[in-house]
Design a protein around this ligand. Structure first.
Ligand SMILES: [Fe+2]
Length: 420
């Protein structure tokens, strides 16, 4: 049940969950939509910035502590303007922590389905590269398995997007885009059928690149205009490869054909504008771009997840629409799963799972102690569950850091953690 209440900022208290502001989030100093009000600084800033906000009573404290409560001046109100906010499902609570062994179990489950699909996609791409047709019947069966595994275990699925594959870059990019699209679809409260179409479109979105010469695809320097024109053919090539297959819906094919269209009209191949770029296409396009900028390629290293999110926060709304972009940022979180963070004690850890009720305090796997020494058993700490006697958190995140600066290979750690 969605319990949203409009509240004057003067009536806000620490512990409440702020789900929406009285203005676009982009016009506020808060970079992310939806957070638990945890510090006096956040409260002061909100009181300076807004007149009222919407609080989610299901996620945070509904009223002030006893003796200090003042009634809301505006009472129950309409939901906030975002078309997606009201459809936020309880499913995302699955991102919450359910124990180290539980997480390992979830991760292995997703890993098995991801590995099966990964090998299949590699075979499929090879067939297409050789000019043969694509048999997408098996693709559909294996994708359904990944949809179910990732829907049931979104945190584990997101963690695995940091894992490379033994296959070529396009394979891991297709798998990651697929996982991101599934988790984003779940976040938006889409039906299982819609998520399946998203997943298939995302998985196959770049299949047309198998018709693009490798010398252009893997070119380490800037492409010439002619070369870029060749690259721009891949959405239509992909559509033509797949259009005869009855296993793929019109929506999945649209994703393949239109995933480089942008609502400002600057995309390709058709330069569509605004609503002509359907929402299901934009969902996958966001997932595609996010994975593209955060992954390592032949010619460039990916940026850390939080940097990628900040970059997309700046220009994403113009390409994909403000509401949708904000929801993606909300879905991935303040501390994206797989990010390396420095805790207040100088300890380094990896974000393992977001905690919907307390987004500033995720579950973190400790990997190096305050002296820089690696932990042998990599303990896990649920930051939301650690408190001193005075109620203040014992552990907190100081900042997100770049794993490369510390010589840490996150993919290797995930491999070790998923070893059976
Ligand atoms: Fe593409």
């Amino acid at each position: 049940m969605y319990a949203m209440r409009k509240l004057a900022v003067s009536d806000l208290h620490l512990g409440m969950y702020v789900a929406a502001l009285d203005r676009p989030w982009l016009e506020s100093p808060f970079p992310f939509q939806g957070f638990s009000l945890e510090t006096q600084e956040q409260l002061d800033t909100l009181q300076k910035t807004c007149e009222f906000v919407y609080i989610d009573e299901a996620r945070g404290r509904a009223t002030a502590a006893r003796g200090t409560h003042r009634p809301a001046v505006t009472g129950t109100s309409k939901p906030p303007p975002s078309q997606f906010v009201t459809r936020m499902p309880a499913d995302m609570a699955k991102m919450a922590w359910r124990g180290h062994e539980g997480f390992r179990h979830d991760m292995r489950k997703v890993l098995v389905t991801r590995s099966n699909l990964s090998s299949h996609v590699q075979r499929l791409l090879n067939e297409v590269r050789l000019g043969r047709g694509a048999d997408v019947r098996e693709t559909r069966i294996l994708t359904l398995e990944l949809v179910d595994a990732a829907t049931a275990n979104p945190a584990a699925a997101l963690w695995l997007t940091n894992l490379g594959t033994k296959h070529e870059y396009t394979v891991s990019h297709c798998l990651n885009t697929c996982i991101l699209a599934i988790v984003f679809g779940v976040h938006l409260g889409l039906s299982r059928d819609s998520i399946i179409e998203l997943a298939l479109g995302a998985l196959l979105h770049d299949i047309g690149k198998m018709r693009t010469p490798v010398s252009i695809l893997d070119k380490p320097s800037l492409l010439s205009q002619d070369e870029f024109d060749v690259v721009k053919k891949h959405p239509v090539d992909g559509f033509n490869i797949l259009r005869k297959h009855k296993e793929l819906s019109e929506k999945a094919l649209e994703i393949v054909q239109l995933h480089h269209e942008r609502i400002g009209g600057q995309g390709y191949p058709f330069g569509l504008k605004g609503d002509k770029v359907p929402v299901h296409v934009r969902i996958v396009a966001i997932a595609d771009v996010y994975d593209e900028i955060t992954s390592n390629r032949v010619y460039h290293e990916g940026v850390p997840a939080h940097t990628g999110l900040n970059m997309m926060f700046n220009w994403g709304p113009r390409d994909f629409g403000e509401d949708l972009m904000q929801e993606f940022i909300r879905c991935i979180g303040i501390y994206p799963i797989g990010s390396l963070v420095e805790l207040n004690r100088g300890i380094l850890g990896i974000v393992m799972s977001t905690n919907p009720g307390s987004r500033l305090r995720p579950v973190v796997m400790l990997i190096r102690d305050a002296n820089g020494k690696p932990y042998e058993r990599r303990p896990l700490v649920n930051l939301a569950a650690t408190a001193r006697d005075d109620g203040e958190p014992k552990w907190s995140i100081k900042r997100v850091v770049d794993a490369r600066g510390f010589g840490i290979d996150l993919g290797r750690i995930i491999e070790l953690e998923t070893r059976i």
